[in-house]
Design a protein around this ligand. Structure first.
Ligand SMILES: [Zn+2]
Length: 65
């Protein structure tokens, strides 16, 4: 399990590399990066792209060590 979470993956949605546990795409259940997972979740509840960016910024700021 440890190996699995530390592997670097490439997100098929945004093309960025990321580490850790992938989120699952709501569209086709493929593993995507946590950021895209959050975006899809926001989109699914009707958040506009501009608002999504603001929320993502807030999340990144909050979780930055
Ligand atoms: Zn992504």
């Amino acid at each position: 399990m440890k190996e699995n979470t530390e592997r670097i993956r490439i997100c098929p949605k945004c093309g960025k590399s990321y580490r850790g546990i992938p989120a699952l795409s709501r569209v086709d259940s493929s593993p995507i990066c946590p950021d895209c997972g959050t975006r899809e979740a926001l989109e699914s509840i009707g958040i506009k792209p501009e608002e999504q960016e603001l929320i993502m910024e807030t999340i990144h700021r909050t979780y930055q060590a």
